[in-house]
Design a protein around this ligand. Sequence first.
Ligand code: B3K
Ligand code: ZN
Length: 847
Amino acid sequence: PRTVYLADYRPWSHLVDRVELCFRLAPKGTKVAAKLHMRPNPAARGRHVLRLDGEGLRLITLKLDGALLDLTPDETGLTVPADLLPECPFLLETEVAIDPETNTALEGLYMSRGMYCTQCEAEGFRKITFYPDRPDVMARFHVRIESDLPVLLSNGNPTASGEGWAEWDDPWPKPAYLFALVAGDLVAHRGGFTTRSGRSVDLAVWVRPGDEDRCAWAMDSLIRSMKWDEEVYGREYDLDVFNIVAVDDFNMGAMENKGLNIFNSKYVLASPESATDDDFARIEAIIAHEYFHNWTGNRITCRDWFQLCLKEGLTVFRDQQFSGDMRSHAVKRIEDVAVLRARQFREDQGPLAHPVRPESFVEINNFYTATVYEKGAELIRMLKTLVGDEGYAKALNLYFSRHDGEAATIEDWLKVFGDATGRDLTQFALWYSEAGTPRLKVAEAWQDGSYTLTFTQETPPSPGQPVKAPKVIPIAVGLLNPNGDEVLPTTVLEMTGATQSFRFDGLAARPVPSILRGFSAPVVLERETSADERAFLLAHDTDLFNRCEAGRSLAREMLIAGLTGGEDLLPAWRDALARLIRDDTLDPAFRALALRLPSEDDIAQALHQRGHTPDPAAIHAARRAAGDALAQALAADLPGMIAGLGAGRFAPDAAGAGRRALRNAALALLARVDGGAAAQSAFAAADNMTDQTGALAALLDIGQGAAELARFRDEWGHDANVMDKWLSLQVALAAPDRAAAQAETLAADPGFDWRNPNRFRAVFGALSGHHAGFHQAGGAGYRLLADWLLRLDPLNPQTAARLSTAFETWPRYDAARRDLIRAELERILGQPGLSRDLAEMAGRMIA
Ligand code: B3K
Ligand code: ZN
């Protein structure tokens, strides 16, 4: 397979002014007729052949300005020789046949339980018709759909419809990856929104009959997103309709097709009975994310796929801001950083590390990563910190006015910031081109009322990038007095050198520093300090993020010390945490987060960073022992706490969610000491999914819950998305030596539809997330995952490739485990007919 390089970018030979598409839908032999109104691209000087992408298309007719052409497509497309092409506008017409019924890859036009739908990003449109399938070719689309199905949707505004057909027109030029079509027997949950300039927009969430009572939250989230983008970014919606469709078979979360967002049904449908607080929060965030793409992604799109972070990093940042505004900024930040570390730091430290803007790929779908998305969002956050809120607002306004209707690059983006704020961003640009997570070391000096912080930065090598330059790092710092008063409020230090000192004068006593407040940069902070000081910050820091961070680092040091024969920090951690948990003045959501121990994978990551080889079984045991110790210390408080946080009517708001989170965390602790009695009654009494799964998890965690599992299945057996929780929990909470067997048993059930990505992820995503289970000595977890990846790959390469990242951490482990993983990766690579997706991933991991 061919490697594509950023350096090879050239504009396309032609421009497409208008596209007319006609679909005659059939499960087998859907006919797609396309009229492409084109002309030579003045930016691509000289005469060129016309190369159209196309995969798996049966060409029926091909006409140039009305005359039949006799050309034969190759495996990847169709070439019209230069001497046949006029040097003025012309019309190219094609008709092709495709079979949505047999499209199991869920890319292009496919079927999901009787409905037709599409997924074109990144390069799926070429599976629908011959076309220049690249984001810098933007065209206006008119679409006609012919089908007996009652609901026929596409992008833009509806223009006409009749018995068995409908037509749609999208006035906004767009790249092909934003094309969408849906046809099915669907019902709408309707709503409306009037934009601030007075455009009235018809909103609809389309679902299968029977699901319409679970759409209210998605609609509510959409309306709040539309309003927020007007108020905060000055961005208005630009069509008469906005449609969202829920689809059961979907490779990712959702897709921002112009005016017609298509969602994994898991991220649309919610009721208190069927969805947890986390589900509600995620639905809100994803609805917002896809809606925000209308400006950051659709109106301004990417010149090429290397610029993916231009739309994704920015849109993730925008959805994070939105969720923070809707809920709590501190809680949201703590959660986002936890995800960043668990997924992006992990990726950045392994064989799959790549820059936020990669420079080559084999399969672009493999680059929809935590680095592009989450680290991409961190870069926007840092830019905003560096130029200030006002500078950011100015830059964004300039971005929207300068690049509206264009396909832009990271250079364009940074130039906008330079022009709007006068700042030189040359050094900042390194964040986009260099992979790896910088390590930030801190040294302190105290003399005569002067306190000096000296920082040293170093970014470890990553594949293809042995040497890294110093980056500009915004370090938000505050200083506290020994009595807990803040003597220096949050101040942003700008580090640009490899080593740099900052002095604070006129202090009465040696302060306690609170460094990297709000996680002001995506770096690993390496600061050696005492457990006492961490406990002090956990009790006093005015920055809630760092307050939680103090608890997390205390727990991490405690676990690492225990595992490497260091000092026993368990009592210090346990007592500090117990004090915090009992503090009723603190937001329950915050306390629930502070209670969370670092995950086993995080501990393994930290051990590896410090030159130790992680032992998964020992990590598991140490983490459990710490939980047990905390449970014992709090045993007398827990029943009262649980009762005090109880019930009330369910509302999916942040306050209620925080109370339930703390209550369920307390329940899980109590289960460790009461044998599960409280969790059993909580399960029986639960009237919402958060409490139902919370209690079930508490029971499974102590090796109980068989009766509750059966009751859960009786109640929810009809709802596959809810049953995914049932599957995941059983794997995620299995004893380490049982996890692989548990996954295997669940997957062997004849009712288990492993072809559905949600099902596959529910079982095998949970297995790879079970650190001690997946890395069980002997390699049963590795073998099982590889077996199933090989089974899924021929049907759905994208999802198989994505789940293969379970193996990316192999360099951390002992020789035996490394050999076992390598053997599985080699077995995968040796599979005849392996997809380009999985081949690229396995190849990069083994290299
Ligand atoms: N842009 C899509 C992701 C497409 C993934 C293609 N493999 C969803 C999103 O980021 O909003
Ligand atoms: Zn996105």
